[in-house]
Design a protein. Structure first.
Length: 100
């Protein structure tokens, strides 16, 4: 199953990588590894994460190590990664440009 990072998710990931690399060199690579494991799991089990109430079919999944939530929308052929938001952000922050 194809996995597509939407522009907002790419921007989220770039900002997170920058933050962690500045905090400690190499930590950004750990973040990417953690997200890669999550993405692999989602490709195998695309409907394993809970739905976001009121925004079906959007789902939210958590990586194991880092405090982020991945908002995604699976369909029969692909998974659209909509946002990668820090858990300290407002729960509504991801909804801005959620279709981009």
């Amino acid at each position: 199953m194809n996995l597509i990072l939407r522009p907002a998710a790419v921007a989220d990931l770039q900002a997170a990588r920058k933050y962690y690399e500045e905090a400690r060199p190499g930590l950004a690579d750990d973040l990417v590894d953690d997200l890669d494991r999550l993405f692999t799991r989602l490709q195998v089990f695309p409907k394993s994460a809970p739905l976001v109430a009121g925004y079906e079919p959007v789902r939210r999944a958590l990586p194991r190590r880092f405090p982020y939530v991945v908002f995604y929308r699976p369909d029969a052929t692909q998974i659209d990664i909509l946002r990668i938001a820090h858990t300290a952000r407002s729960p509504d922050a991801w909804r801005i440009n959620r279709d981009s």
